[in-house]
Design a protein around this ligand. Structure first.
Ligand SMILES: C[S@@+](CC[C@H](N)C(=O)[O-])C[C@H]1O[C@@H](n2cnc3c(N)ncnc32)[C@H](O)[C@@H]1O
Length: 194
């Protein structure tokens, strides 16, 4: 097993390069899928809670008039999100979610961030509680080999039960720049019944 560093330290170091890597064609896939779904379901305005928002890159791609709030553990990633107009919550997702009111955001997004939580099920319970209109999450399929050789801790939540998803499918979500392998990503979209 490779020695691990903290997720916070990893993303603080990665922040400067993150957008360039995300923009590279092979890495845009899960972002593009989110854009496609928002467009398909005609979501063009409202409040978005972006969990593990990173640099807020998705806000460059979604078309419309959204107000973004982002949770992230990395202050350096959040600096970029703030420049993009995000309200920021600099906390662990696990600590931030229980403090957020029920039905307080129109949309909840979690793009490639639940893989870093040991307990994705509890996070999902909060996500269902917080979203008024719709939820869009991506769950990366982390192989045992990848988890062992990666320098940050991750978990495979790609098979968890997702209630009431109206879109639920796998794509090749991203390509690991360190390990050079394609990562399959489950994309799930849920509309809330109000
Ligand atoms: C792969 S990046 C995805 C960023 C963004 N969602 C996107 O689509 O470009 C994962 C982000 O999750 C954040 N993160 C990882 N574990 C976290 C945790 N336990 N609490 C808060 N943020 C976390 C990282 O700092 C990083 O910014």
């Amino acid at each position: 097993m490779t020695n691990k560093i903290s997720t916070e330290e990893f993303y603080d170091n990665f922040a400067l390069k993150y957008d360039d890597i995300a923009k590279a064609r092979s890495n845009l896939k899960f972002h593009n899928e989110a854009v496609k779904i928002f467009h398909q379901y005609n979501h063009h305005q409202g409040t978005i809670l972006d969990i593990g928002c990173g640099t807020g890159f998705i806000s460059e791609l979604l078309e419309g008039n959204f107000e973004y709030t982002g949770i992230d553990i990395s202050a350096k990633m959040l600096d970029y999100a703030a420049k993009r107009g995000y309200k920021t919550i600099h906390k662990q997702i696990e600590k931030a979610l229980p403090e957020i009111d029920s039905q307080s955001y129109d949309f909840v997004l979690s793009l490639s961030s639940l893989l870093f939580l040991e307990d994705a099920k509890t996070a999902m319970e909060h996500i269902y509680r917080i979203a008024c209109q719709a939820i869009l999450i991506t769950l990366d399929e982390m192989t045992e080999e990848y988890i062992k050789s990666s320098i940050i801790q991750s978990y495979d939540h790609s098979k968890i039960v997702i209630e009431n998803a109206i879109e639920d499918y796998f794509i090749v979500g991203w390509t690991s720049s360190n390990q050079g392998v394609d990562i399959r990503t489950r994309v799930a979209y849920i509309q809330q019944k109000n």
